[in-house]
Ligand binder design. Structure first.
Ligand SMILES: Cc1ncc(COP(=O)(O)O)c(C=O)c1O
Length: 390
């Protein structure tokens, strides 16, 4: 009999640091389970996206493109940023098309953080930033926010967390998982802190189109003096329901983009060529198709809020993104216990609020991404489950 190899000793410390942080993925949908917390939009991309991808296949597009993406795509991105976000980037030198925002944020942190370095972010936060920093030997330092202030961060809280190792401030607006947005006023104050301490700002804007009750989306890089110190991250995943096509982008000053290229090349060389043609069509199709989506998501948001009101569960009123962050502390369960029992006893899937750090303890991330009638069935099950607990 051969002795089994001790494979763990062969793994890098980097690999060991993040081992287990992802949890297990359920690859096969389990019949009867309703996922009321999913981050995947439930609508289809507009038809021109598929037509452009089919045309690209028919034209035999299968080879590498420019590392930063086909020129038409970068031009369409630059035009979108100009027209919608008030941002001016040179498509030749200041934009990289990436394999989703996920690659863009890893590229960003690789370019900014050395081992021991810190990036600050309001927490609860998108968990991938934490893992990326950990892989790199740096730290994503959470700036905890509280339910009392609807998980909204202040510039003073961010400033108080700055240390000599702080390199960057990461903001995500609209936010996953809390559904809150940063106002122009708060962004301006954060911009002043970044400038005073000479920090880079990473601005993840992938939920920019999901806004309710008239909330305004402001791009950090559009504020005076911020273009030079901001890396803007965006994606086709949420804006066009293209999560599986893996296409995103970042825009930053040319010097930063140039520094990112070796990392981008090492991981991707270039994003998927067919998806890139789909991306051009997505950006050049008039966006009125999205009105119906937003109306439906707003309807679900209102149904969610009134259901939670009847259950007696408080929540952070969702301003943007497509999440509903609700408070289960009165059930006496932790976030993890609530998620486990909701799955076992009510066949419901949620994300625990703690997925984005300890500040979300006692909270659950629900989502607006489930269509009727499963949506209403899920909420009924949730109500019955909550009744059984209290
Ligand atoms: C805040 C945030 N940033 C980035 C991503 C990654 O998105 P993509 O599919 O573009 O890689 C997600 C995905 O849920 C997210 O919520």
């Amino acid at each position: 009999m051969t002795t089994p190899l001790d494979l763990k000793k062969h793994l890098s410390q980097r690999a060991q640091r993040v081992m287990g942080t992802l949890g297990k993925q359920t690859s096969v949908p389990i019949p009867g389970l309703i996922n009321l917390g999913s981050g995947t939009p439930d609508f289809a991309p507009p038809p021109p996206v598929f037509e452009a991808m089919q045309a690209a296949i028919r034209a035999g597009k299968a080879q590498y493109t420019a590392w930063t993406g086909i020129p038409e795509l970068r031009e369409a991105i630059a035009e979108k940023l100009r027209a919608e976000n008030g941002l001016h980037y040179d498509p030749a030198t200041e934009i990289i098309a990436t394999a989703g925002a996920q690659e863009a944020l890893m590229l960003t942190l690789m370019t900014l953080l050395d081992p021991g370095d810190e990036a600050l972010t309001p927490s609860p936060n998108y968990d991938e930033y934490t893992r990326d920093a950990l892989i790199l030997g740096g730290t994503l330092v959470p700036v905890p926010t509280t339910p009392e202030t609807n998980f909204t961060v202040t510039a003073a809280q961010i400033e108080a967390a700055i240390t000599p190792r702080t390199k960057a401030i990461v903001i995500v607006t609209p936010n996953n998982p809390t559904g809150t947005m940063l106002s122009r006023e708060t962004l301006t104050q954060i911009a002043a802190v970044a400038t005073r301490h000479d920090l880079i700002v990473v601005s993840d804007e992938i939920y920019e189109y999901y806004r309710f009750d008239g909330y305004e989306h402001v791009s950090m890089a559009s504020l005076p003096g911020m273009r030079e110190r901001t890396i803007t991250i965006n994606s086709f995943s949420k804006s066009f329901a293209m999560t599986g096509l893996r296409l995103g982008y970042l825009a930053a000053p040319a010097e930063i983009v140039e520094a990112m290229l070796p990392f981008h090349h090492a991981m991707m060389i270039c994003p998927n060529v067919i998806a890139q043609y789909g991306g051009v069509a997505a950006l050049t199709t008039p966006r009125d198709w999205f009105n119906d989506v937003l109306t439906e998501y707003d309807r679900r948001r209102r149904v969610w809020m009134s259901a939670l009101d009847s259950m007696g569960l408080p929540y952070t009123p969702p301003q943007g993104a497509y999440y509903v962050f609700f408070d289960v502390r009165r059930t006496g369960l932790t976030s993890a216990q609530f998620v486990a029992r909701a799955r076992a006893e009510a066949q419901l899937i949620f994300q625990p609020g703690t997925i984005g750090g300890g500040a979300g303890e006692g909270f659950i991330r629900g989502a607006l991404t489930k269509a009727s009638p499963e949506f209403e069935q899920g909420l009924e099950r949730l109500a019955a489950f909550v009744r059984s607990l209290t």
